[in-house]
Design a protein around this ligand. Structure first.
Ligand code: 5AD
Ligand code: SF4
Length: 403
């Protein structure tokens, strides 16, 4: 979400004739887009802002903007007090009115539009935000507080955004939202929206990120089975394998329900690749709870998992960390090792199979299941081709392009 917001902010600058630079010395303006999902992210943002003091001293006419979730949490008053050289603070809830802050600092924009520029993924992939905020209440999560409740963009606005990004060269669209599959537009369901985007001429592949287990409807499974352009991949955060912890987390499903959902999706698409997120060391997590998480790695057949140490995001005493740092570290290491071992198994299962690859270069691309794929030759940026997988190493498949 932050990457997508950063691209929109970049576009607002480009409408005023600014260009992007990696060289701080050349910059006339700096935007720090902050995250606060875990304390570490917030700490990184704070030290980054601190380091910009020097830039501002050398460039007193330069403009420094602090935006995003940590800006929302900490507030403009606190940040300007602690870092008086900051020009503007725009919290995550006000990110859509970033333009107003730009007008205040730099004046109105002479241009009303600018072509999309992709900053984070390969040039053929573009993000399209379809919802903002989140209306769930997972106990550990700060997102609803800093981004506000779920707000859905209209189907028309989404289709227009996607079509213009395809026109600018995107072959793959990634629909974004905190609970992306909870999207509704009047009577239009998420699956119907996917169908509309899939019908846009020039689109070669559609992804979405991140769905929540609670919001899959029956029409989705049929669509996934039918539509080859819909990626055979899903990042579906589970957070824990323990029913007791899932309940405390207020995730709204049990381990069994999550696994039943995977089974239902895989019955429709047997080669569906699924990755996930885990949190270790949630308050009150016992060794037994953790073992339930550990065993889920294999049972879920995840291709990949992001594993996080629990980070308290509120001062409420019942949400303070209770598991010792040493125990959390040990659990994290065990979990990472299990994820790595399992990823290798899942990757090896792909040897001998045919993967549909969207190429980024002559020799590198991504399979529909999101695996990185290397071939000796035959690819081209934006080309889709079938590849026979002949090997798997680290996180990459190797193969031979098929005609
Ligand atoms: N502590 C640790 N990890 C967290 N996440 C969200 N909140 C916290 C927290 N307080 C993780 C979840 C989520 C991912 C984006 O970040 O796993 O899926
Ligand atoms: Fe946070 Fe995701 Fe839960 Fe929403 S669904 S509260 S964003 S973890």
């Amino acid at each position: 979400m932050n990457e997508a917001d950063s691209e929109d902010i970049g576009a607002a600058f480009r409408r005023r004739g600014y260009e992007l630079t990696d060289d701080l010395k050349k910059a006339d303006a700096v935007v720090v887009n902050t995250c606060t999902v875990r304390q570490r992210a917030e700490d990184k943002a704070i030290s980054q802002i601190g380091r910009l003091r020097k830039w501002k001293l050398a460039r007193p006419d330069g403009k420094l903007f602090i935006v995003g979730c940590a800006a929302q949490k900490l507030g403009g008053k606190y940040l300007k007090n602690r870092f008086p050289f900051v020009d503007e603070v725009v919290g995550a809830k006000a990110i859509e009115s970033f333009e107003d802050s730009l007008i205040a600092q730099l004046g109105p924009s002479p241009e009303s539009e600018t072509a999309h520029q992709n900053l984070f993924r390969s040039p053929q992939t573009a993000y399209v935000t379809i919802m903002r905020g989140c209306s769930l209440k997972c106990s550990y999560c700060i997102v609803p507080a800093v981004r506000g409740p779920a707000v859905f963009l209209s189907a028309d606005a989404i289709l227009e955004d996607a079509a213009s990004k395809i026109k600018a060269g995107a072959k793959e669209i990634v629909l974004l939202g905190q609970t992306v599959n909870s999207w509704r537009g009047g009577k239009t369901t998420f699956s119907e929206l996917l169908s509309k985007v899939l019908a846009l001429p020039g689109l070669k592949r559609l992804r979405f990120m991140s769905p929540h287990p609670l919001f899959f409807e029956d029409d989705f499974t049929a669509l996934l089975a039918r539509e080859k352009k819909l990626a055979r991949y899903m990042h579906l955060p589970v957070q824990s394998g323990s029913d007791r912890i899932l309940k405390l987390m207020r995730r709204g499903y049990t381990r069994g329900q999550y696994l039943a959902l995977l089974e239902r999706l895989r019955a429709a698409v047997p080669d569906l690749a699924v990755s996930t997120d885990f949190i270790v060391g949630y308050p009150g997590e016992t060794e037994e709870d953790f073992l339930d998480t550990l065993s889920l790695v294999e049972e879920g057949r995840f291709t990949m998992a992001y594993c996080f140490k629990y980070s308290p995001r509120t001062d409420r005493p019942e949400m303070a960390a209770t598991v010792s740092e040493a125990a959390v570290q040990a659990r994290l290491e065990k979990l990472l090792a299990a994820v790595k071992k399992n990823s290798r198994l899942v990757l090896n299962e792909r040897i001998g199979k045919i993967e549909e690859v969207l190429f980024e270069t002559e020799t590198y691309g991504r399979a529909s299941g999101n695996f990185a794929v290397r071939v000796k030759a035959g690819g081209a940026p934006g080309k889709i081709a079938e590849v026979l997988v002949t090997g798997a190493e680290k996180n990459t498949l190797s193969g031979k392009g098929l005609l």
